[in-house]
Design a protein around this ligand. Structure first.
Ligand SMILES: NC(=O)c1ccc[n+]([C@@H]2O[C@H](COP(=O)([O-])OP(=O)(O)OC[C@H]3O[C@@H](n4cnc5c(N)ncnc54)[C@H](OP(=O)(O)O)[C@@H]3O)[C@@H](O)[C@H]2O)c1
Length: 409
């Protein structure tokens, strides 16, 4: 290793103002005994990274700070025999990037017990296209699959195409990847999106075909899911390159519709209309499962629509931590509400889940679902997100070595 310094994205806090820039920092000459130094090839943007950029004290209290809760790269300094120099590793769903410097940098030093080996069958890049959001989505999908198997009289007889799951947050990381994994299994998916997203999906110019079953009325929510042909989309062979966000009144980025159509989701519904509707304690049941990032009235409304013995997986709380609901769905329909916490999974569970992800839950090509940014582009994008500007749907992969061109692993 020859470099004496490295580039890192840094958040500074001065007089209550948070600014984000790219800086040159000195490389540590020697790691502490329990630490390893990684050359970061890729990272990705997650919800907590934006909270960190906004100075949310639940995530980051000390500044200057390097954000980035995900990293995939190669060990360049180590005294841990499990991870010798040259090992390809991940740091994902740990405390990195919060109170500890994160992965939006060319190098990061972390405790070696945060590492996991790069899972077989994945590139470093694909690991970070998934990242914390994808791993969380996989935990939720896996929990739903296991729940279905527990309640099935005959395992082999489960017809996934007759199962129907509602997913929230599909323009973001967890929801998008959960919907993608469910579609890979052949499960029918209803995506709950905001009114602006739904309007864009219904525009004929948004895709070669308008979204099927796009319904803005809650009265139509619980019709039996029709067997519809997945919407055809044009899939590019290379990931989209980052474009500066628009600051006009235009509701969405043009590529949002393309990304969402590529999911092959059959049903689109207006989450705002559902939240505003006064559903009975037990609404007509139509979902075998719910994968939710929102909490609040949206999760409550979806639980009221679960089939008997259905399960809701709560992964996030972007709308609310409260749940305006009574116990009737749990008692009369025997539904389950289960929380997902990606940080609390054991090493063995992680390894097994990555394997199931590769074997069952992922399409071979993830390129329609992410755009790539370089470290140099990252401060401008993070500043936009920090200030609440919208961004295109899909994951954002951060190429941390693009200046040297050595990152395409
Ligand atoms: N449990 C875990 O271990 C774990 C791990 C990772 C993440 N999470 C949590 O999961 C959540 C989502 O993370 P992410 O990485 O997917 O975030 P993200 O990429 O920023 O996506 C957020 C999604 O939430 C949607 N949304 C925003 N406001 C909403 C509202 N009021 N009601 C319903 N949906 C709303 C957004 O839709 P629009 O495009 O319409 O705004 C977007 O689709 C966060 O709460 C995060 O902390 C939990």
């Amino acid at each position: 290793m020859n470099a004496a310094s490295y580039r890192a994205v840094r958040i500074h806090k001065q007089a209550g103002q948070l600014t984000i820039g790219l800086e040159q920092l000195p490389l540590p000459s020697q790691c502490a005994a329990d630490q390893v130094l990684l050359r970061v090839h890729y990272s990705s943007i997650n919800f907590k990274d934006i909270m960190s950029c906004q100075g949310n004290p639940a995530v980051t209290r000390r500044f200057p700070h390097t954000p980035g809760i995900d990293a995939a790269g190669v060990v360049v300094q180590s005294s841990d025999p499990r991870y010798p120099v040259g090992t390809e590793v991940l740091v994902c769903c740990r405390a990195m990037g919060m109170q500890h410097p994160g992965g939006f940098a060319e190098y990061v030093q972390v405790p070696s017990h945060w590492l996991e080996p790069k899972p077989p069958g994945f590139s470093l890049r694909d690991c970070m296209v998934l990242g914390t959001a994808g791993f969380t989505a996989a935990l939720a999908v896996d929990a739903w699959v296991q729940h279905q198997q527990r309640h099935a009289a005959d395992l082999a007889a489960i017809d996934w195409s007759r199962q129907h799951v509602a997913v929230t947050g599909v323009t973001g990381g967890v929801g998008l990847l959960a919907a993608l994994m469910l579609r890979q299994l052949g499960v029918q998916v209803t995506a709950l999106v905001g009114s602006a997203t739904l309007a864009q999906l219904q525009q004929p110019s948004a895709s070669s075909e308008p979204a099927s079953s796009a319904q803005a009325s809650t009265a139509a929510l619980c019709t039996a899911p029709a067997q519809t042909t997945p919407v055809q989309t044009t899939q590019t062979q290379t990931a989209a390159t980052y474009q500066e966000p628009r600051r006009t009144q235009a509701p969405l980025f043009p590529q949002t519709a393309t990304v969402l159509h590529a999911l092959g989701v059959q049903h689109w519904q207006d989450r705002d209309a559902l939240c505003a509707a006064s559903l009975q304690n037990l609404a007509p049941s139509c979902y075998d499962g719910v994968i939710d990032v929102a909490g609040g009235p949206l999760l409550a409304a979806l639980i009221k629509q679960l089939q008997p013995h259905g399960i809701a997986l709560a992964t996030g709380m972007v709308a609310d931590t409260a749940l305006p609901l009574n116990v009737l769905p749990f008692i009369l329909r025997g539904v389950t509400l289960q929380g997902i916490n990606a940080e609390s999974t054991s090493e063995a569970e992680r390894a097994a889940l990555w394997q199931r992800l590769r074997q069952h839950y992922l399409p071979a090509d993830l390129t329609p679902f992410y755009q790539k940014v370089t470290l140099a582009q990252l401060p401008a994008l993070l500043t936009d997100l920090q200030q609440g500007h919208p961004r295109a749907a899909g994951r954002v992969l951060v190429d941390c070595q693009s200046a040297t061109g050595a990152s395409d692993v």
